[in-house]
Design a binder for this molecule. Structure first.
Ligand SMILES: Nc1ncnc2c1ncn2[C@@H]1O[C@H](COP(=O)(O)OP(=O)(O)OP(=O)(O)O)[C@@H](O)[C@H]1O
Length: 393
């Protein structure tokens, strides 16, 4: 396990009191708004910032124990650090930047040069100097350099933050390969829910220097405590699913999870592949009877677990499914009209286009789903089996 229990009062008035544990495997995202203390925590893990009090342990290795006077020097911590900007040596070629990382390794080389170059797709860049690379290429080299120092833990501080959307999409698959192919645990700082959703196994959500929640991604991202971090309209439910089938004509896939199936916009992964589906609470509506003549594709039967009044007209309804649960954000008016109460059976309805499905293993849909344009008309006709009504042609 990675165990962090630290406190620090900055002279700027910022106070950090963070306690959480994360598995010593996979990606743990430190997620929160700007200024919540994410970077401060990883600087403490790296050893460049010392807390006033606390302990940091990674597996058997105690990095820091202020009470016992233990403060392992930076070089003995064996952590790799990737910053927002690549910070490569400008006078060295890509090859020599990577070799520099390799020379810093004080341990047996389990991560080989060729493997890293191959995994990050930087073989063709080896002779080039950093200033001739794109931002995304530079970041891939920086990651390679950090990995070749054979870290026991990789710290990544918003490694995509300085890149435009296109470059981000370019680099995400490499990060996914890193996560899946290497056994190096990663602490990943981000304030992007999309990145977290795509990369993280565990999430520690921070606000104003405290950890609001920490645990498996699906569990943490659906917790109401996350409201200040995610905002009301981004709270939701995450299901770990498997691709069951594709319907290319309709541009839809069917994915299955513990509580049934969902129809979602076509997922670019083979049948049998794992995908994560994220359903925002605001995209889930409720019905007391089995919905028949509605356009909504996905319907799940459950019972109301709880109703929680939010600010304004909103009520968050937790719907218990046979195995899991689903959050729905409705108005107080609807709660009154349907006389919703705990224990009541309901149908939860989710539009197919509202399900954001991403692969925890490989890129799926990098772009938000765009509703079909009129050129998708033939497919729509296929669904209906008849001509579209005038005006929709
Ligand atoms: N060296 C420093 N001295 C004093 N205060 C600092 C220092 N570094 C950061 N802070 C303050 O500590 C707080 C947390 O900063 P930190 O960089 O950890 O946040 P963050 O969550 O990583 O933010 P961002 O997403 O913007 O990078 C902020 O209020 C910041 O102003």
């Amino acid at each position: 396990m990675i165990e962090i229990d630290v406190s620090l009062a900055r002279n700027t008035g910022f106070t950090l009191t963070a306690q959480f544990t994360a598995p010593q495997s996979g990606v743990t995202a430190l997620f929160g708004r700007s200024g919540s203390g994410k970077t401060t925590i990883i600087q403490m893990v790296a050893g460049s910032v010392r807390p006033d009090q606390g302990q940091i342990r990674v597996g058997d290795e105690v990095f820091l124990d202020m009470a016992k006077g233990i403060d392992l020097p930076i070089e003995k911590r064996r952590v790799g650090y990737v910053f927002q900007d690549a910070r490569l040596f400008p006078h060295l070629s890509v090859d020599n930047n990577l070799r520099y990382g390799q020379r810093r390794a004080r341990h047996a080389h389990s991560i080989g040069f060729e493997a890293v170059v191959d995994m990050l797709g930087i073989g063709h860049l080896l002779k080039r100097r950093p200033h001739t690379l794109s931002g995304g290429e530079r970041q891939r080299v920086a990651i390679g350099r950090a990995l070749l120092a054979q870290p026991r833990l990789l710290l990544m501080d918003e490694p995509l933050a300085s890149l435009d959307e296109q470059r981000k999409l370019e680099i995400l698959p490499y990060l996914e390969r890193l996560r899946d192919d290497l056994k190096v645990p990663i602490l990943y700082v981000s304030h992007s829910i999309d990145e977290v959703l795509r990369l993280a196994d565990t999430v520690a959500a921070l606000q104003d220097g405290t950890v609001l929640a920490c645990g498996p991604l699906a569990d943490v991202l659906s917790r109401p405590e996350l409201l200040p971090v995610l905002g009301r309209f981004d709270l939701g439910t995450i299901f770990d699913c498997v691709v069951k089938s594709h319907d290319a004509d309709l541009s839809l896939s069917t994915i299955t999870f513990a509580d049934g199936e969902l129809r979602v916009p076509l997922v670019d992964r083979p049948v049998g592949a794992p995908v994560r589906a994220r359903i925002r609470s605001r995209d889930v509506s409720l019905s007391l009877s089995r919905p028949i003549d509605v356009s909504v594709t996905n319907r799940l039967a459950g019972t109301i677990g709880s109703l929680r009044r939010e600010g304004g007209p909103y009520v968050n309804v937790e719907v218990k499914l046979a195995n899991g649960k689903l959050q729905s954000l409705v108005t107080l008016e609807s709660v009154d009209r349907l006389a919703l109460e705990e224990g009541m059976p309901v149908w939860a309805m989710i539009k197919a286009v509202a399900v954001d499905s991403r692969s925890p293993t490989f890129p799926v849909q990098n772009e938000p789903f765009n509703p079909p344009s009129h050129s998708a008309g033939p497919n729509l006709r296929l669904v209906a089996g008849r001509s579209l009504p005038p005006g929709l042609e």
